[in-house]
Structures are given as C-alpha cells and as structure tokens.
Design a binder for this molecule. Sequence first.
Ligand SMILES: Cc1cc2nc3c(=O)[nH]c(=O)nc-3n(C[C@H](O)[C@H](O)[C@H](O)COP(=O)(O)O)c2cc1C
Length: 337
Amino acid sequence: MYQFESLEIPIVGAPMAGGVSTAALTAAVSEAGGFGFYGGAYLSPDALATAVREIAALTGEPFGVNLFVPELVDVDPAEFAAYRKRLSPLAEQIGVDLPESVPFTDDSFDAKVQVLLEQRPAVVSFTFGLPSRDVVDRFHAAGVAVSATVTCVSEARLALELGVDSLCAQGFSAGGHRATFAIDDADPEVETLELVRAVVAATGLPTVGAGGVAGRDDVRAILGAGAVAAQVGTLLLRTPEAGTRQAHRDALADPQFTTTVTTRAYSGRLARGLENDFIRANTDYAPSAYPQVNTLTGGIRKAASDDPHVINLWSGPGFRAAQAIPAGDVVRSLAPR
Ligand SMILES: Cc1cc2nc3c(=O)[nH]c(=O)nc-3n(C[C@H](O)[C@H](O)[C@H](O)COP(=O)(O)O)c2cc1C
C-alpha cells in the first residue's frame, strides 16, 4: 500500500475539483517527484474514469484521487427563496434564469467509488466527512491506500478509528472548501502547524499538512511540525497544466485583490477565496446548504466566467507567490533540502 514517506520531494499537489485539476497537472506533480492528486468531485463517473486513465497514461508514478463525501442536507425553502431573490438582480443583469428549487444530489458517490475500485489509483482521499467502513475495506482489499482530510483533532480521531492509512490536516488558511465533516459545524479555525502537531500527537498517523504554503520555508515548518509532506493548492493555480480559468489566474496576480476570506456565498459550504464584490455582497445572507447553493449560483458563475468580481476565486493567502511556471518547477522549488 502506498506511503507518503517514500516521496522523493515531500510535496502533495492538492486535488482541485471544479476545473482546476487536470490529468496533466496531477501527472506533472507526480513526475517531478511529488504526489499529484486529482479532484474527482462534480464530474460524472464516466468523466472521472476517463481522467484517471489519462493520468495513468501520462505517468507511471503513483497518484491519488479525491472525492467529496455527501452529507444529506435539507435546505430551508424560505431561506433558499430569500437567497435566490437576493441573487436575482445579478442573474437578470447577466441573462441567467435561477432555478426555483434545487434537489439534493450525492455527486454519484457510490458510482465513483466503483470507478476508483476498478482504476486503483495509489491513494483515494475523502473530504467533507468519512466514507463507510465497507468502502475503506474494499479499497484496502484492492490495494488502494485511504486518506481522510481533517480540520480538527476530533475528526482525526474518527478517521483513525475508521482505519484510514493517512490524514490530510487542512489548516484554516487553506484555499478552497473547508473540509469540516458536517456543514453546520463551526469552523475549528486551527492553523496548519498547530493542527499538524495536534493531529500527529493524537493519532500517530502519517499526516500531510495543507494550508498557506507560499514557499520552501512553509514546507520546512510543516515538516518540522511532524508532517510527512506539505500539500499545495494555491501555488499550482497559475501553472500551465492547471485548468484554472483565465480570470482566476489574472486575479491572483492583480493588486486590487488583497486578501482571502471564507464564505458560504458560492456553494453553501465554507470555502476560502480572494475577497471580491460577490463575497462582500452575499456572505452574510447565504444559507448553509451544499450542494443546493452551489447549483443555484452555478449558472451565474458560468455566464460571468470572465468577471473576477462574480466568479469564485478560491485561494489561500499564499496567492502572491503563485507563479505562471510549470507545475514540476513549482514542486522542485519547494523541495525542503
Ligand atoms: C481551487 C481549489 C480547489 C480545491 N478543491 C479541492 C478538492 O476538490 N478536494 C479537496 O480535498 N481539497 C480541495 N482544495 C483544498 C486543497 O486540497 C488544500 O487543502 C489547499 O489548497 C491548501 O491550501 P493552499 O491553497 O493555501 O495551498 C481546493 C483548493 C483550491 C485552491
């Protein structure tokens, strides 16, 4: 079973679902001596199978795939309607019809598990909660290592009890969605170094530290806290291999964007991104309902895909250090020694 301790360069390329992850990015990180992850959320099972085959054709090195664990969440119809109404002027302005209601979907979780059991990447990681013990056992029987993303010690203990092989400790600075197990849990807001130390002490599991890496010194600090590797997302966003939209790439280098914040405004789940007009206008009003709010805002984000004040600009605070250079160069530049 795969172990992160065997990495030539202790850098994990974050899974980044929603278009940023590409087969080329995942393969480039693994080829450079790091460990590339592919974000399998939002894709159909067939598209996921195709992507995994593509990665395997690009590299003989080990790589991983990440899935979001579904949590059945009811949306309060009145809260949903109020948020829909709030977004209506923007939707009208850009010519988008907002859906009256949005059904819960589980992102075809079981079918994607089946795809990954057949394709057998080296590691499958889970975010937004834990899979069932049966799923973990089936991956182990297939020779696939299982990892869980955690944001606090209590989540890490649950993952240990379940029998996962490693953890990804996601600190509060991490770009993208917060990995908290339950949508309504208050964010523990524990920063990466403190979280890595606490999780390693509590579980003894091999732990990858994620969140806020802007350069080699941050990697050294994460390893110094007891992690086996550091996971980077933001630093890969401007690489040519990433599928990042042009407006997102440009915003990361644009002096008008100065800070990152967490918000439920785009998806209903907390996520960290560059603060823009959409976040400023809507953060205080977004219901906590995922994936319903994500689906509600989807049409707006698609239609305004070149407007950085409308689309989600997921990022951690290391965005100023994100360079438009090949992913392999990013990985090598972060090698701690
Ligand atoms: C655009 C973007 C998309 C992300 N998508 C996922 C995802 O699909 N699954 C996941 O586990 N983490 C996802 N993350 C979080 C990363 O795994 C990681 O925790 C984070 O990028 C680390 O912080 P950093 O961005 O400061 O490097 C995403 C992050 C970004 C920036």
